[in-house]
Design a protein around this ligand. Structure first.
Ligand SMILES: [Zn+2]
Length: 112
């Protein structure tokens, strides 16, 4: 893993950040991106109260993530690669093809 990404993993959970951004921004991240790291910041500051945002943003920029959609376009593939090495079974985008998990929604019916 490149040192920048290694350090990022020490500060935050990059996979969780990218996962959260992917869920929030949907199929076309560039269309909903406001050109800032606002979404990333909300997530990261919720994740870590240690004031690590300043260093985190430097690392994200070094990885090509200058705004939220660029985190998905540029940082996420590097995180994905790191995660695949760590755990090849991890699902990246939950909305992709493999959603056919049978769930027992019948028990949501509550008798009065
Ligand atoms: Zn953007």
């Amino acid at each position: 893993m490149i040192p920048t990404l290694t350090r990022l993993y020490e500060l935050i959970d990059p996979f969780a950040l990218c996962y959260t951004l992917a869920e929030e921004m949907g199929d076309d991240p560039a269309a909903v991106c406001d050109g800032t790291l606002a979404r990333s910041r909300v997530y990261i500051e919720g994740y870590s109260a240690e004031g690590s945002w300043d260093e985190t943003v430097i690392l994200l920029e070094e990885l090509g993530g200058y705004c939220d959609c660029e985190v998905l376009y540029n940082v996420a593939p590097q995180v994905e690669e790191a995660e695949e090495i760590a755990d090849p079974r991890r699902d990246w985008y939950p909305d992709d093809e493999e959603e056919d998990v049978p769930d027992g929604t019948a028990d949501s019916v509550v008798g009065a």
